[in-house]
Design a protein around this ligand. Sequence first.
Ligand code: FES
Length: 117
Amino acid sequence: MARVLCQLADLDATGAKEIVLDNNGARFPVFVVKAGDGIIGYVNSCPHVRLPLNWKEDGFLDISGTFIFCANHGAHFDVRTGLCLRGPCKGQSLVPYPVRIEGEAIVEAAVVEEAGP
Ligand code: FES
């Protein structure tokens, strides 16, 4: 069963939502963001100096709502690809975190391999 990250409605206020996962005791922050009719997930770590992108809760988009924005030094990323288009890490990309929509929820899309013969 896929792990639920949040509800679709959780993105209504800002267009994005941060989720801090617990991966075997390690803090692992990711965020999901609206991209057209879909949702895309990324690890919340800027490729510039590996800081979290947001200073405000769930604040991942620039003022126009068009680009993912890093609050630290102003990098702008394409929402659909995670590629930095402007800023100190231009040409580098956010690390994708696969998610999918299941009903009204956003869930992890990681493939779980079953043990077999
Ligand atoms: S840490 Fe993101 S632009 Fe510097």
